[in-house]
Design a protein around this ligand. Structure first.
Ligand SMILES: NC(=O)c1ccc[n+]([C@@H]2O[C@H](COP(=O)([O-])OP(=O)(O)OC[C@H]3O[C@@H](n4cnc5c(N)ncnc54)[C@H](OP(=O)(O)O)[C@@H]3O)[C@@H](O)[C@H]2O)c1
Length: 298
């Protein structure tokens, strides 16, 4: 049986990967995360605690489980926190990646590493895989350094870049754009929404399926995996409102300049998905189909 290990299994992608892999026959799946397991499956999920900042913990677990594939979903993902806590960001998004590369190389494992549209400066999106990175935040910079280490040192690797992931899972460490928009619109509070940031938002289930295709095909190289619909964040919130029939009279258009945040956001990202569709058979859902998935889970 092929052994697949995921890091960060309590996170948004990590939980969706656990949902997906526990339904797949012929794969020995192990979920790992920092601290206790928070997946609703509880003890039915094969889970081991693994803090990826601890090389000894990684080495001991790899010696025991010897994964054929590692899907590396753990990271420091809060962009403003990365800007403010640079050492902590580097420990997680750079140093820990180095530990995982060494561990995968030792057992000839395929390392599938998650990265981000924030490695780009947002002046020329939507982007394809070979476009030139130029991060404008510390988070983006840290993820790009991780990518470069993988390309230089890992024996078998894939880099999966993704964009603005949304979905619903239990005990989330942080919210996401769709749940934030839905809650804010329902509460009727005044909200400012940016009109000058463009994205191709990604349903977490689609991202998990993209990772599965790469694992199954043992595909190597860089892949852009996101949603297929491209829109401004303002339009995104309008479409959330339309889907759930919520009023938008408390929503105000704003520029990025008008919203004070510690880290800069790239204005226009979003991805061109041709490579993933052609080479992997990736088939992303539309934004409204993604909202329907969330609606069914609520
Ligand atoms: N979400 C997005 O919009 C987005 C966009 C582009 C790229 N990405 C990338 O996609 C990947 C998955 O993102 P996500 O949305 O699933 O992130 P997430 O929900 O924030 O999950 C990240 C997970 O990493 C775990 N983690 C933190 N420190 C750890 C440690 N020392 N050891 C082990 N695990 C640790 C967190 O644990 P706790 O839950 O206990 O905090 C969390 O469960 C990341 O590489 C991210 O950079 C995400």
């Amino acid at each position: 049986m092929k052994r697949v290990l995921v890091t960060g299994s309590n996170g948004l992608l990590g939980q969706k990967l656990s949902d997906l892999y526990t339904k797949i026959e012929g794969v020995d799946f192990l979920a790992t995360g920092a601290g206790a397991n928070r997946h609703p499956m509880g003890e039915k999920l094969a889970y081991r605690s693994m803090d990826i900042r601890n090389k000894d913990e990684i080495d001991a677990l790899f010696a025991d489980f010897r994964p054929d594939t590692v899907i590396h979903a753990a990271a420091m993902t809060n962009v403003d926190q990365c800007e403010l806590e640079k050492d902590a960001c580097t420990a997680l998004n750079v140093t820990a990646v180095n530990y995982l590369i060494d561990a995968c190389n030792q057992y000839d494992g395929h390392l599938i590493h998650l990265s981000t549209d924030f490695i780009f400066d947002g002046k020329g999106g939507p982007y394809k895989e070979e476009d030139r990175p130029n991060p404008i935040s510390f988070y983006g910079e840290s993820k790009l350094v991780g990518e470069k280490m993988i390309q230089e040192k890992a024996k078998k690797w894939a880099i999966v870049r993704t964009v603005l992931v949304y979905g619903i899972v239990k005990d989330m460490s942080r919210s996401n754009i769709v749940l934030w928009a839905k809650n804010a619109l329902e509460s009727g509070k005044e909200i400012n929404v940016v009109t000058d940031q463009y994205r191709s938002p990604t349903l977490a289930e689609d991202l998990a399926l993209g990772c599965r295709l790469i694992e199954q095909q043992e595909a190597q190289g860089i892949f852009h995996i996101s949603g297929k619909d491209f829109m401004s964040v303002y339009e995104l919130v309008q479409r959330v409102a339309a889907y759930w029939n919520l009023p938008i009279n408390h929503m105000h258009p704003s520029t990025s300049e008008g919203i004070k945040q510690a880290a800069k956001r790239p204005p226009v990202t979003g991805f061109i998905l041709d490579k993933a569709i052609r080479e992997l058979g990736y088939a992303p859902r539309s934004f409204e189909e993604g909202l329907a998935v969330i609606n069914a889970e609520l």
